[in-house]
Design a protein. Structure first.
Lengths: 129, 129, 129, 129, 129, 129, 129, 129, 129, 129
């Protein structure tokens, strides 16, 4: 099993595709470079999704995140790119990526992007007492 | 009374099947093995359900959870498998399993899966002042 | 006035039966025995109800709770039994019993059961600024 | 101005009867006697109301509460009686009394009673960003 | 620029009358006199409004609040009077005044009054993820 | 790359215009001058928006905020002006600016202004369990 | 066993007089009368002591506190009187009484009085890792 | 009993002069005028003392604080003056006055002054487990 | 009275030089320029001192802080300079300045500097129960 | 590098043996078996030490902890054994192991053991202002 940074996202078959369930991953160790100054940027990413036929494999996700370490990336662009790559790899019913970037120039930025499969509707939530 | 790990889930007759009520169990001591590396994984499980004719017996639930101690199990799969086993054993009206796995590769994962009996609808909640 | 444990629930006439109002009682000192091992179990009970013609008397409620001290009782069963006894004694418009049992076998259990009088509907709540 | 306990509730003209507004009073120093044992009971009262033509005067409210100091009173009854006296004195559009009694016999009790003027409906709340 | 207490509320043209926006002012230093005993009362005021053509000027608001320092004022009346003066001066689309008075006679009182311009409806709020 | 205060807001093409996503920026270092007294004012700004074709560039936003350092500006006006400049530069689908100004004259003020593109409606939020 | 208010403090033999240990009692339901106005005062009392040969009996302590319900008492005096009565009844090695009175005239008062037996020295506290 | 502001501090005999005990009073409703601008200032005062032969009477303390309502007073001076007046009236063994003034000119100020009777030494504190 | 930024620190005679007391001022609105980039820096300052013969006047302190608004200043240097200026102006017995600067380059810096008059010793603190 | 459970603790040379510094490791995933019942136990371990010539290697520490997964171990014994193994491997100046075991039989247990090298004295702590 490789342990090099890689843009390759491995997937595996959703073990229970007949049920809509939620997977939530917190990825606090994301770092990339500022495309303007070349200095490091840091972010806390939160990935939430309802899989369809495929799930993203945890280790390849780690290596994928690692692959941004030496790349320049604007906040808004990299959040959308990561979401798109994850959507392309897994075709989920719903996916949301929240990227909380650390303060730069006295300003801190959060970008939140979602994908909804065409025609998909969120199930009505059940609130137990 | 046996105290060996076991996949056998014992049930008992719901003492009050004519009423919809909630049972919530917190199971903080779940551990299994990573199927890729063989290393231990840990999770905090929360089980919530509205029983129909059967309830799951507490001690057999503990032994059932123990049975994963030496098994390899992916996060998404084991959450769904446990839910399915519990649904198969008790045929509840509603059941939700939340599995919060500890950080691996700098990423922590939560999987939340639900079962709803066909045709069942959640009762309208009563909010008292 | 007796001070022995007793299954007898005393009631008194609702002093204001023409108004729907809420009575909430917190009963943190409930203890019974595990029917399998005979060891003590502990729970925090919360009783909430809207009375109709009768209210439950506080001291008899205390003695009633005391009566479980030397009885074996499963979590799910005892919660429903207490609710039923209280419903039988007071015929309330609405009653909810929440029983939070302490950890046993590494698992802690909460059982929440409700009674709604046939045809009764919860009044629309008023939210003041 | 008298400073003796008194059941007399003084009122004054609502200074702005054309507007629906909220008056909320916290009364943490309520004490009465247990009608069974004669021992002191204590409660924290919260009064919330939307006045119509009359408001309750603060000092007379204090003396009114004081008047229960030497009276025996059940939790449920005294809460409803106070609400009724306040409704009789002020004929409000809406009034809610919450009485949180201190622990007795290991059980603490809260009673919440409301009055709504016939035909009155709560205004839709405005939530500002 | 005068710095004397004054009932005169200065206003200025709303710099952006074509947009509904919220102005929220916290005024923790309000004091007046009890009209019965002549003793000082204290309150924390919160003013929230959606202006129409006019905004209230900050310094004149401070001097206006100061003008109550030597005036007797009942809790309910002064809250409504201040709201009315502010409404008369600025004709806002919506205005809410919350006055939290300090404890007197063991009771603390909060008065909350609102003005809504005839025909005005609150805009539907936007909740971003 | 210039580092002088500037009213010029640079923008860049929204990297993902086909998706509605949220950008939230916290700008705690805003300062301007009081137009009446010439003394410094301070505020914490929060900018939230859903971009259409354009995003605001982070560094130019910092320089834009810096440009108010030596300008006189009323609380209500400067909040609306900044929102308008940002709307003019980026034509977003939705934009909200919250400006929390520090206490002046014993009163602290928050101004919250929103822009909604004509015909735009907020998407229904998805709540995952 | 009587249940009338009483100034009689019952004691019992310290079951372990050869050891210095701490007894801490919280008494939140103390009420007496203001000796100037006759109006009720309220306090939360905390009693802490290291017994010598005698301990104070719980129920008699409750009845003792009740005995102040109809007595006029200044804050400073009643705190010292209660301490003295408890010292006279139990001759403790150390005793501290903390009385937190509710706000009166916009001022709230706490009185803290201690007794140390002649020649007694507090044991050096042990800090465990 | 007068209820006018007054610089006269009434005292009463310490009910227990043979014991060193603490009296702590919180006085959140202090207000005076700025001697430069004539505008109101506000402070939260905390008075802590160990009395010798005399205690300060609560109501006269309230009227004394009230007497500053229309007086100009610098923060540092008024704190010391109040302490001196209280020391002159009661000759305590120890007295500390903490005055937390509200923000003025973007700066908030706290002044803390102490008096120790000549030759007095604080008793060694007792820490109970 | 001038309201222009000024390096002139006004002082006034300590109203009680025979007593050692503490003055603590929180100054959250400090801003200067980075001497390398010319960009704004921000800090929260806390000044604590025991005056000897002189106190610093509040308004001149505000104008003094304002005087740094257009000056370049390194974090460590400006903290020490301000302390020195305040020491030179007031010759206090003790003075401590804490400057908490906002994050720059992903690092936030706090500088804490003290002055002690030659031969001065801090008084032993009194801890009341 | 092996990834099997192992009792072998690897070490590496302390990179700065001339300085006393602290290493603190939190190990929340410890599990072993109860030697009486064979059922799983769980604990959170905290290791703190001041190294002398050697440091413990992180991965071997993980594998060492893993080695207890299938071993029976009493709480008190296993805490001391782990401390001894770590002391034997690294000969530290100071080492403390805190083991917080999860509730068993309604009781949760924490065991804290320390090692101090002969003649070693902890440096006096420096408290900065």
């Amino acid at each position: 099993m490789t342990t090099r940074p890689s843009k390759e996202l491995e997937v595996f078959d959703n073990p229970q595709p007949s049920r809509e369930y939620t997977i939530r991953m917190n990825i606090p160790e994301f770092t990339c470079l500022c495309p303007k100054t070349g200095q490091p940027d840091f972010a806390n990413l939160t990935l939430e999704y309802i899989p369809d036929q495929l799930c993203v494999e945890l280790k390849s996700l780690k290596l994928y995140m690692w692959s941004y370490r030496d790349e320049g990336a604007f906040h808004e662009a990299v959040t959308n790119t990561i979401l798109e790559d994850l959507v392309a790899a897994t075709s989920p019913k719903f996916m949301r990526l929240t990227a909380e970037f650390w303060v730069r120039g006295g300003i801190d930025t959060t970008v939140i992007a979602e994908h909804r499969a065409p025609g998909w509707r969120a199930p009505e939530p059940v609130e137990l007492p």
